[in-house]
Design a protein around this ligand. Structure first.
Ligand code: UD1
Length: 338
């Protein structure tokens, strides 16, 4: 039987590229479309080396209907995984129109192309940002939703849009995955997170301090009601996260369904705990300074990962030590990213 072909929208990015590897390992074929707005084609070339597979790659914006139509004509697409979106919560406050038009526009464009070609399975990248400031921990999927910025709101709107489309067409199978904090890299050290400019997220920043590219880590907030006063997050190895996509996708073939699942480890670590673990992994001293809280940050966030295990048999395997080890190996081999 011919392998199923998955269109990976945003497949050259951090999570997309790791997911391509796990899909290929699970005997899916992948086709990647990415406009390279926050990624590099080099990641795909490296995925080809790691997997020894050839990946059809389209440098296109999926909001371009003609380009997308051509991709669906040239390939028999059995399912879509949709990573193509802007992802900085802070930036979204300054550029709300960009976030709404891009994140929602890409989704509508994909859904229309899928409908035209009778492709009826999609996995969508959502975010734990949809939980806002959670009142109860660990966070379950039924927790009240609250978007604190346009980025999170765009994810919520898309979740609702997907629900509406599923109601209109019960044959459409949909998995919405709410990610906690992906970090780490593929253990080959060949692909990883490659932020442009000054990193917004914690671990890319720590990596650059360990590498001597930045002087110290700015720890945003030391007075939270947490284990040591710094923010607590559910950090998850990006390879675990990628495998979560494969498992969720696998579960869509048996019958049409609409599911929403957290992808996290279920365990929180503080900013200082991550810095300490990274010091061990890298053997470097990592200076830091405690600064005021960052606007929009919550004190503590970690998932209840039980639904993913129950629904599609996925659970994160890697611990913080492995996450830091792999992040550091990637940083060492690629001091300037791709
Ligand atoms: C952020 C986004 C979230 C998005 C996710 C994508 C915000 C408010 N949230 O999550 O919507 O889905 O990235 O990966 O931007 N920290 C420092 N110093 C730093 C950077 C971060 O102390 O230089 C702290 C933060 O205050 C926080 C923790 O580290 O307590 C994690 O921050 P970060 O890596 O930016 O992730 P989130 O803010 O949780």
């Amino acid at each position: 039987m011919k392998n199923k072909t998955i269109l990976i929208a945003g497949g050259a990015g951090y999570i997309g590229s790791h997911t391509c590897i796990e899909l290929l390992k699970a005997n899916y074929e992948v086709v990647v479309v990415d406009n390279l707005s926050n990624s590099s084609e080099e990641s795909i070339k490296r995925v080809e080396v790691i997997t020894d597979c050839k990946i059809p790659f389209y440098n296109e914006d999926i909001k371009d209907k003609r380009a997308l139509h051509r991709i669906f004509q040239e390939n028999k697409i059995d399912a879509v995984i949709h990573f193509a979106g802007y992802k900085s919560a802070g930036e979204s406050i300054d550029l709300p129109l960009n976030y709404y038009s891009n994140n929602i526009g890409t989704t509508i464009s994909l859904l229309k192309a899928m409908k035209e070609t009778n492709c009826n399975k999609i996995v969508f990248s959502s975010s734990a940002a949809v939980y806002g400031n959670p009142k109860k921990l660990p966070i379950k999927e039924q927790t009240t939703l609250l978007a604190l910025n346009p980025y999170a709101q765009s994810k919520l709107i898309i979740e609702q849009l997907l629900r509406d489309v599923h109601v209109s067409d019960n044959n459409l199978s949909i998995a919405i995955l709410r990610y906690f904090n992906p970090i780490g890299a593929h253990n080959s050290g060949m692909i990883g997170e490659s932020p442009l400019g000054i990193p917004n997220n914690l671990v890319p920043y720590i990596s650059q301090v360990a590498a001597g590219k930045r002087k110290f880590v700015k720890v945003f907030g030391g007075d939270y009601n947490t284990v040591d006063g710094t923010g607590v997050r559910d950090f998850i190895h990006v390879v675990d996260l990628a495998r979560g996509h494969v498992k969720a996708l696998d579960s869509l073939w048996s019958m049409p369904k609409f599911l929403i699942s957290n992808l996290g480890t279920g365990r929180g670590y503080s900013v200082l705990e991550v810095i300490k673990e990274f010091e061990k992994a890298s053997g470097k001293n990592i200076p830091f300074t405690i600064l005021p809280r960052r606007d929009g940050d919550v004190a503590e966030s970690y998932s209840d990962p039980g639904f993913a295990e129950h629904e599609f048999g996925w659970r994160a395997e890697y611990d913080l030590k492995k996450m830091c080890k792999d992040a550091w190996y990637w940083q060492k081999l690629n001091p300037n990213g791709y």
